[in-house]
Each structure stands twice: as C-alpha cells, then as structure tokens.
Ligand binder design. Structure first.
Ligand code: ADP
Length: 293
C-alpha cells in the first residue's frame, strides 16, 4: 500500500480513537451523574417514608389521646340531659344537646382518623371468617332504624340474589357499607336509599348503595375518595363531616381484596359500590374451607 495512504489511514484512526476516548469519558461522567441522581432519589424516598410514618404515628397518637376527654364530655352531657344534677331550662337543654352532637361528631372524626392512621401504617387487623349476608343486612337495618328521621326517604335492603356464604371480614365490610349508607341518607332529601348485593361471577360479589340524592359531578369522582375531600353543595353547607369516610372505605376495600366504584350524576343520585372476592385469600393464608351448614 502507498505509504501516504497508510499514514492518512493512521491519522484517521488516531482521530477516531481520540473521539472514542472523549465519548467514553463523557459517558462515564453521565453514568456518575445518573448514580448520584439515584442516590439522591433514594435519600428523598427514605425521607418521604419517614415523614409518612411520622404522620401516621402522630395521627394515631393524637386520635387515641383525644378519646378520653371526648368520652368525658359525652358522659357529662348525658348526665345533664338526664337531669341527674337538677332541672334544665329549655334553652340550657338546647345548649347541652348541641354539646352532645358536637362531641359525637368529634368522636366520629377521631375514630376515622385513628382507623386511617392504622390503615396507612399497615396496622389494621383483617380477621376473616364465614358469614351470611342476610345477617349483615339485618344488623345494618337495625343500626339505621333510629336515624331514619326523614319521612320522605326510605331505606330498602334488597334480598341478596344468589350470594353464597362469604369468607371475609364482615365488620370491615359493615364499616364500608355503613359509611356509604349514612352518606346516601345525608345527601338524599327525598326518594330512597337502596342497598343490594349481587354475585358477579364465580369469585366475586358486588354490594351497591343506590340513592336518589343530589349526585356528584364527574370531576369530583376521583377526589372524594382521597383524604379530607368534600364537594361544595347547598346540602354540604348544612352538614359537617370529616371527608375521611370514603378514603377509609376505599382503603378498607383494598385490604379486603376488592375495590370501590362510583356512578353518579348531579341531580340523578349516586351508586357507591364495593366489589369483593367471595372468599378472601391472602398470600400465606391457608385457603378457607367452608364449614358444613
Ligand atoms: P364526609 O361525608 O364526612 O364529608 P366522606 O369521605 O364520607 O366524608 O364523603 C366525602 C364527600 O363526598 C362528602 O362530603 C360529599 O360531598 C360527597 N358524597 C359522599 N357520598 C355522597 C352521596 N351519596 N351523594 C352526594 N355526595 C356524596
């Protein structure tokens, strides 16, 4: 080969090698940058985890500590209303009843906060067992009887259709349904609130609470299942609530192996539902065996 061509080739090779070395250097620098970014992300994720844990611990501690004084306020108000300490004027009775109602609301809020903190800290106990849906519905019917004060709204429990004995945590399921039903009653001024259960397939059952109330615009459907979310409405203005119930229900449903769902349109009412497996089977658990009837 012509020596000139050889030296030209050699020169081109050297240039290419120098370029490759430069690129390698750049790549290594980028790699170091990416590693530093990962380390930073890890530190931030750890800080976030610690902050979340601290928040849950604070909520759990605070709500637990609030229970005793709220209990004392409620008992004293009860004593006054029962005239244990002498007569009350009509105005005094009104005021004591106001204290009683506010303390009851406060107590609900503290219980919701405590449950939410427990769920977030992974400390809520799920205790699954066999139960019949008719028993759960009849317990809920009994629980709501005393609060059905609006004659324009009826609460109907449908006969469960084709739903076998269930294996799940009936108390947690009752807590979710209680929350859906009390919301439905709060936001319905006339018509009905209908509770039903229907088997979807071999593995799951869907519980629905349908109301003929004010309904919820689509843009709020996602948010109301998050902590402290409430929708501005004329009814909402007269009601105090915590905005925690639906968030808690969503998280409980997930712990029970299912999920919540909402269909609603303003003015047309709402359907809040929860779909659960017929038999809760968590990893590591032995599969449930149905006892003889
Ligand atoms: P709370 O009822 O204590 O405010 P929730 O988390 O249970 O908290 O509900 C959040 C919000 O979702 C309510 O404040 C209300 O605005 C809306 N909502 C819930 N259920 C219904 C319903 N059945 N009809 C209309 N709005 C509802």
């Amino acid at each position: 080969m012509d020596p000139k061509a050889i030296s030209a080739l050699q020169a081109a090779l050297e240039v290419a090698q120098a370029e490759a070395a430069g690129l390698r250097e750049e790549l290594e620098e980028t790699n170091r940058g990416v590693l530093a970014l990962y380390a930073e992300l890890d530190t931030q994720a750890e800080a976030l985890r610690q902050a979340t844990e601290l928040k849950s611990r604070f909520l759990a501690y605070m709500s637990h500590e609030f229970r005793t004084p709220i209990g004392a306020i409620r008992s004293i108000a009860r004593l006054l209303i029962d005239r244990m300490d002498g007569p009350l004027t009509a105005e005094q009775e009104k005021q004591v009843r106001f204290i009683q109602d506010t303390a009851a609301e406060f107590s609900d809020m503290v219980n919701d906060l405590l449950d939410l903190a427990k769920v977030e800290a992974g400390r809520i106990e799920i205790s699954a067992g066999w139960f019949e849906l008719v028993d759960l519905f009849s317990a809920l019917r009994g629980m709501f009887k005393p609060v059905l004060t609006n004659p324009d709204v009826t609460l109907v429990f449908e006969e469960p259709q084709n739903v076998p004995r269930l294996y799940n945590d009936d108390r947690k399921l009752a807590q979710i349904l209680r929350n859906f039903i009390s919301n439905a009653l709060k936001f319905t001024t006339h018509g009905e609130v209908r509770v039903s259960a229907r088997r979807l397939d071999d593995d799951s059952v869907c519980f629905a609470v349908r109301d003929t109330g004010i309904g919820i615009a689509a843009e709020h459907h996602y948010a109301i299942f998050r902590d402290f979310a409430q929708v501005d409405s004329p009814i909402q203005k007269h009601l105090r609530g915590t905005g925690l119930g639906l968030s808690l229900s969503r998280q409980l449903a997930e712990l029970l192996g299912g999920h919540v769902h909402l269909e609603s349109e303003p003015g047309k009412g709402s359907v809040f539902s929860v779909t659960l497996p017929l038999r809760l089977h968590r990893p590591g658990d032995t599969p449930p065996v149905e006892p003889a009837p």
